[in-house]
Design a binder for this molecule. Structure first.
Ligand SMILES: C[S@@+](CC[C@H](N)C(=O)[O-])C[C@H]1O[C@@H](n2cnc3c(N)ncnc32)[C@H](O)[C@@H]1O
Length: 840
């Protein structure tokens, strides 16, 4: 009988789930049920890790016992593993036929051997943890002894009992019957290998030699790098004295099986199964992860921050926190992302009663005011936000200012209000005709001082003195709105910024959107007399490339060399803005307004300078780049008049008209005869439409008064011939209060005095200025071309509309065709600037 060592997983491996999970039943069984060596004499048994089973299962006779076939896997196992063995009684070749050998096997093996089953043997899987052990034992570094595929069958190898058993098991895999056994004595081999194996089987220590074995049994080193020496049973025994050992052995012999099994526990073996902790070191010190995080005191934190050079930020935030909270002011936009969308016809639909009530109180939605169609942003929440008054951020394309660090113009002293310089203030007072602006408009709350407001038509801004509607509903307060908008500052509110152009010096860019005709910024500066302007041109600005002088009012000039940002607006022959002069609280003020189309964020703002260069020397090349560029910074071209007809053509035309006149007279007489005496009168009324029409069709006397007044005011501001036209327009039979007529007469005298042509001033270097356009009077600029409003179609009962004669600028520009403003939408005649600003 030879003992056959079976390969069983080392004890420590069974507990090291971290390497390879011992999924095989065998390992687990081995771990749990392995026992100390049965006897110290039995080396194999002593080294064995497998439990000693109570019963032994005879393995059937094996014929043809040959040298065991060692598979690659098995050989590796044998080579590299410290093997624990279990005593097996294997029949020798001679014994086999005589009596069936008995072999002590594990339960699994036993069942595999005894019960023919189709189950695969689990044995080969046992080798998995063995590799790890080899690596741990330090033998793995030597590498494999052979390459894959080597013929190893004939090679003489150390063979362990496990190998033999494995071989046998391999052979009967599937059948459970061992087909090959070995005759090679393996005991010595096992000895050698067992010298490193831990002692476990202490089942029956019998002799002194076995005790010696126990004593010299090497300490088992825990495979975990715990650093703690595992105190094994053997180790403990070795430190005992003779008597102590005897006592122990006696005790062991008496030990119950359960207790013996306990000895195999990790605790008993001194195996540290606690997870390995990766230590953290910081600044040369061990960081204990379990220790609570140290929170530095607040003061220390500030000191830390200072190390990163951000103390200012910290300080600022602290200051902000301590500052009292500002009251949240509701911000309104009159233009938004969804500008132009139609509002829902029933805005109260789907709202709760409370919300309806709130909504009804909003001034924007009161019946008297016009619904602002341009404010449904954002699309679905607009109404809710109106009710609740929440702010929202503007999208990128509505406001996109340039980043900081843009080039800034030097030597520019900003001035946000006009200032009279020198004699200008004194001279200004002599012409108080701007008191006329105080005449109240006749607008109703529904109108809201819209396009039909007389003040608006006259370019008078409404205020408390001249507005019939009131501040809340009035829409004719552009300058007041501008002031309100920009007073708080901020890039969006200001809406414009200086840019450096590539070829025209500085310019102005819109950093937000502006609606058509919306006021953008005021043009302010020093108001100087012509004499002062000449002086500055000759002395101060002699070598200047850029001029910031603009004709203003009463033959005066605004010099914006010291002035508002509007002075940087460049010229374009196809501009997107216009410079318009308004009378605000009786004072003329100039501002840049958007043109007839909306202005998008990022566009450069331009207007037509209608530039007067004084002399050829000052003519500058225009670089606006528009398709209709005039080439130079010069005055607007006059409209090309049709060529004069020849004398013959004139004579012919006269004949024709004579004939037609006779015929018309005949027709007229015929009609008169048919229609009776009233017909002529009717016809007369028709031709004198204008204000007469208003007067006849109006029920409200107040409206009548205002309408008449409005028209008269426009006329009186235009030229002296207005009085004639007005009289015609009013008609003798119209019951217009005499006061109004007298006012017109009065204005006539004003205009006379104001319409004086100025004496030509001396140009630079003593030459007289040859350009009366420099500061044109109203008389020079405007001409009445018609005083009819025949095409007005009033609704019955609607209040009368203010009317003004259609006026054309002297340069031939027809206002209706040249500037199709929204005013065109309503059928009233309109005027343009009474005194168009000019850059000089
Ligand atoms: C009122 S300033 C405009 C601001 C000026 N670009 C600046 O840098 O101060 C008028 C001057 O700008 C220049 N300028 C404006 N528009 C121009 C244009 N379209 N082409 C060439 N130069 C222009 C001319 O030199 C003109 O005298």
């Amino acid at each position: 009988m030879q003992s056959l060592a079976t390969l069983s997983p080392p004890r420590d491996l069974s507990s090291e789930a971290s390497f390879d999970a011992p999924t095989d039943t065998f390992s687990n069984v081995a771990s749990v049920s392995s026992t100390p060596p049965t006897t110290v004499a039995d080396d194999a048994s002593l080294a064995s890790d497998t439990p000693k089973l109570e019963g032994t299962t005879p393995i059937g006779p094996t014929e043809d016992v040959t040298e065991p076939i060692i598979t690659d896997e098995q050989s590796e196992v044998a080579d590299s593993i410290v093997i624990t063995t279990t005593t097996l009684e294997i029949p020798t070749a001679a014994d086999i036929p005589a009596e069936p050998s008995k072999i002590t096997r594990t339960k699994t093996t036993e069942s595999a051997a005894s019960t023919p089953t189709s189950e695969r043997s689990r044995r080969p899987r046992l080798s998995t943890p063995v590799y790890n052990l080899a690596r741990l034992a330090g033998t793995a570094m030597h590498g494999k002894r052979r390459a894959n595929g080597d013929e190893v069958a004939d090679r003489k190898r150390r063979i362990s009992s496990s190998t033999i058993l494995d071989a046998g098991l391999e052979g009967d895999e599937g059948t459970g019957v061992a087909t090959k056994t070995t005759t090679t004595p393996v005991k010595d081999t096992i000895h050698a290998s067992d010298s490193q194996s831990p002692t476990r089987d202490t089942k029956s220590p019998k002799s002194k030699s076995s005790k010696k074995k126990l004593e010299i049994a090497p300490k088992r080193i825990a495979t975990r790098a715990s650093g703690i020496q595992a105190e094994t049973l053997a180790h403990k025994l070795s430190s005992l004295g003779k008597r102590g050992r005897k006592t122990f052995e006696r005790g062991v012999a008496k030990m119950s099986r359960e207790l013996k099994r306990l000895q195999d526990t990790n605790e008993f073996s001194g195996i540290d199964t606690r997870p390995v902790l990766y230590t953290t070191w910081a600044n040369g010190k061990y960081v204990d992860p379990s220790a609570p995080e140290e929170r530095p005191a607040k003061k220390a934190k500030v000191q830390d921050d200072s190390a990163y050079d951000v103390p200012e930020m910290e300080e600022e935030s602290i200051v902000e926190e301590s500052a009292p909270k500002k009251r949240c002011v509701k911000k309104w936009l009159d233009r938004g992302l969804y500008a132009g969308q139609e509002a829902s016809p029933d805005i109260y639909k789907g709202l709760a009663a409370n919300d309806r009530k709130k909504l009804a109180q909003l001034p924007e939605l009161t019946r008297s005011a016009k619904l602002n169609k341009t404010f449904p942003a954002p699309m679905f929440l607009g109404l809710r936000m109106l009710i609740e008054g929440r702010d929202f951020k503007l999208p990128y394309d509505l406001c996109n200012p340039l980043p900081p660090g843009q080039p800034k113009p030097d030597e520019w002293r900003k001035m946000t209000k006009n200032r009279f310089v020198g004699d200008a203030a004194a001279y200004w007072k002599k012409t108080p005709h701007f008191k006329d602006y105080q005449s109240k408009c006749v607008c109703t709350a529904e109108d809201g001082c819209g396009e039909t407001c007389q003040n608006r038509i006259m370019l008078y801004e409404c205020d408390a003195t001249n507005c019939n509607v009131g501040e809340k509903l009035c829409q004719n307060r552009a300058f007041a709105k501008l002031q309100e908008r920009t007073k708080a500052g901020g890039k969006f509110r200001v809406g414009v910024e200086v840019i450096k152009t590539s070829d025209r010096g500085y310019g102005i860019r819109a950093n937000r959107c502006f609606g058509a005709n919306q006021i953008i910024m005021e043009y302010t500066g020093e108001i100087i007399t012509e004499e002062e302007c000449d002086r500055r041109m000759n002395e101060k600005y002699q070598d200047n490339q850029c001029y910031y002088l603009m004709s203003f009012d009463q033959n005066m000039i605004i010099d914006a060399t010291t002035g508002s940002i509007a002075r940087f607006v460049n010229h374009s022959c196809q501009p997107n803005c216009r410079m318009v002069k308004w009378i605000v609280s009786g004072q003329p003020r100039m501002a840049l307004f958007a043109g007839d189309r909306d202005i998008m964020t990022g566009e450069e703002l331009t207007y037509d300078y209608n530039f007067d260069p004084f002399s050829a020397k000052n003519v500058q090349k225009c670089l606006c780049g528009s398709p209709n560029c005039r080439g130079v910074l010069g005055p607007k071209p006059k409209e090309v008049k049709p060529p004069k007809p020849s004398k013959e053509e004139l004579a012919k035309a006269a004949k024709e008209s004579n004939k037609k006149g006779k015929r018309k007279l005949k027709d007229a007489l015929g009609e008169q005869a048919e229609a009776g005496p009233g017909a002529t009168k009717k016809r007369k009324i028709k031709t004198t439409a204008g204000i007469k029409a208003l007067a006849t069709g109006v029920k409200h006397t107040a409206s009548l008064k205002a309408a008449t007044k409005g028209a008269a005011t426009v006329l009186k501001r235009s030229m002296s011939t207005i009085s004639v036209s007005t009289k015609v327009a009013l008609g003798k039979k119209d019951k217009v209060p005499s006061k109004k007529v007298s006012k017109v007469t009065k204005s006539k005298s004003v205009i006379k005095s104001y319409g004086k042509t100025k004496s030509p001033t001396k140009k630079a270097h003593g030459t007289p200025r040859a350009t009366p356009k420099m500061t044109p009077s109203r008389k020079e600029q405007l001409n009445i071309v018609a005083a009819s409003i025949e095409n007005i179609d009033y609704d019955k009962g609607s209040p009368p509309k203010a009317t003004t004669p259609l006026i054309e600028a002297t340069n031939g520009e027809n206002i209706l065709s040249a500037s199709p403003s929204p005013r065109k939408a309503i059928d009233i005649p309109r005027i343009r600037l009474v005194n168009s600003p000019r850059v000089v």
